[in-house]
Design a protein around this ligand. Structure first.
Ligand SMILES: C[S@@+](CC[C@H](N)C(=O)[O-])C[C@H]1O[C@@H](n2cnc3c(N)ncnc32)[C@H](O)[C@@H]1O
Length: 273
C-alpha cells in the first residue's frame, strides 16, 4: 500500500492561512450542514490542527469527539490548542493512520458519526478510508465526507496564465497517486463502502472584491499554490520564472475592483445500514 503524502507542509504560515480560511469561510457552514443534536460521539479522520474537531466538540456538549491525525507536528499543535480551550470540551487527539486505523474492540461500530474533511484528496485509497469510517459507526450512524473537486475553481477576469498554473497544481495530486477530483466521487464512495447515501451538496466559498472576506479568500488561494510551489517545480509541471510571473499577476488581480472568485467544497452524507 502506498503512503499518503501531504504536499502543503505544516509551516506556521500554512497553518495560519488554513485557520483563517476555516474560521471565516468554511466552519460555520460546515457545522450547519451537519445538523448535530448535541449528544453525538464523533470520530474525525485527518484532524489536522483540530480546529474543526474542537468546533464539532463545542456543538456536541453532551457528546465527545476523537480526532485521528498521523502527522506528529499537527497532532502536537492540536493538543496544545485543545489545552488552551478554556471551555474544556470533550475532545481527544490520537496519533493514527486512517489507512490502517487502530481502535479499541469496543469502539468499532460504536460512534454516532464519522467525519472526514479535506482528507480523501490526500490519500491514495479513499475507498479504504470510507470503508473504515462505515465500520467505525453504529448501525444508523452517519458518515460525513467533505472534499475538494479542484475542477470547480473559477476566477474572473482571468489572471493571465492562472488556469495553466492551477492545472499544474492539480497534476501534483495524481502524480503522487491521489485524486484531485475526489469531491465528485463522495456519494459513490459512500455507496461502494456499504453506506446508504442520504445527502449531497456544496459548501460554497467564493466572493468578490468589495466583500470583507475577499482578501482572506484571495490570499488563501495564493497560499494553496505557493505552499505547493516546490512540489510543482520539482515535478517539472511549470517553469520557475513563469510561476513567479503568474503569481504576481494573480496578486494584482486580487486587488482589482472587479475580481470575482468561485470555489466550493463537495459535501455528502450517508448512513450505515
Ligand atoms: C488539509 S488537513 C485537514 C484538516 C481538517 N480535517 C480540516 O478540515 O480542517 C489534512 C490532514 O490529514 C492528515 N492526513 C493525511 N493522510 C493521513 C493519514 N493517512 N492518516 C491520518 N491523517 C492523515 C494530514 O496530516 C493533515 O493534517
Amino acid at each position: 500500500m502506498s503512503e499518503s503524502v501531504y504536499i502543503h507542509g505544516t509551516s506556521e504560515e500554512e497553518q495560519r492561512r488554513l485557520s483563517l480560511m476555516n474560521d471565516v469561510l468554511l466552519n460555520p457552514a460546515s457545522i450547519r450542514e451537519m445538523a448535530l443534536r448535541g449528544d453525538e460521539s464523533i470520530l474525525d479522520f485527518g484532524a489536522g490542527l483540530g480546529q474543526f474537531t474542537r468546533l464539532m466538540a463545542h456543538a456536541v456538549p453532551r457528546g465527545r469527539v476523537v480526532g485521528i491525525e498521523r502527522n506528529e507536528e499537527q497532532l502536537a499543535g492540536a493538543r496544545k490548542l485543545a489545552e488552551a480551550d478554556a471551555e474544556k470540551v470533550r475532545v481527544e487527539f490520537r496519533s493514527g493512520d486512517v489507512l490502517d486505523l487502530r481502535l479499541g474492540d469496543r469502539e468499532w461500530g460504536s460512534f454516532d458519526l464519522a467525519h472526514a474533511r479535506f482528507l480523501l484528496e490526500h490519500v491514495p485509497d479513499p475507498l479504504r478510508v470510507v470503508k473504515t469510517m462505515v465500520r467505525a459507526v453504529r448501525p444508523g450512524g452517519r458518515i460525513i465526507l467533505a472534499d475538494d473537486d479542484h475542477d470547480v475553481l473559477r476566477l474572473w477576469p482571468e489572471p493571465p496564465g492562472f488556469n495553466d498554473l492551477w492545472n499544474a497544481y492539480i497534476r501534483t495530486y495524481d502524480r503522487i497517486g491521489n485524486d484531485p477530483y475526489v469531491g465528485r466521487r463522495l456519494v459513490s464512495l459512500l455507496h461502494e463502502a456499504g453506506a446508504v447515501p442520504r445527502r449531497n451538496t456544496w459548501i460554497f466559498f467564493g466572493g468578490c472584491a468589495g466583500m470583507e472576506i475577499f482578501e482572506v479568500l484571495a490570499a488563501n488561494m495564493a497560499g494553496v499554490i505557493r505552499t505547493a510551489r516546490e512540489t510543482i517545480l520539482g515535478m517539472s509541471l511549470f517553469e520557475r520564472d513563469a510561476f513567479e510571473t503568474v503569481m504576481r499577476g494573480y496578486e494584482r488581480w486580487a486587488k482589482r475592483p472587479d475580481a470575482a472568485l468561485w470555489f466550493a467544497v463537495a459535501w455528502a452524507e450517508g448512513t450505515r445500514p
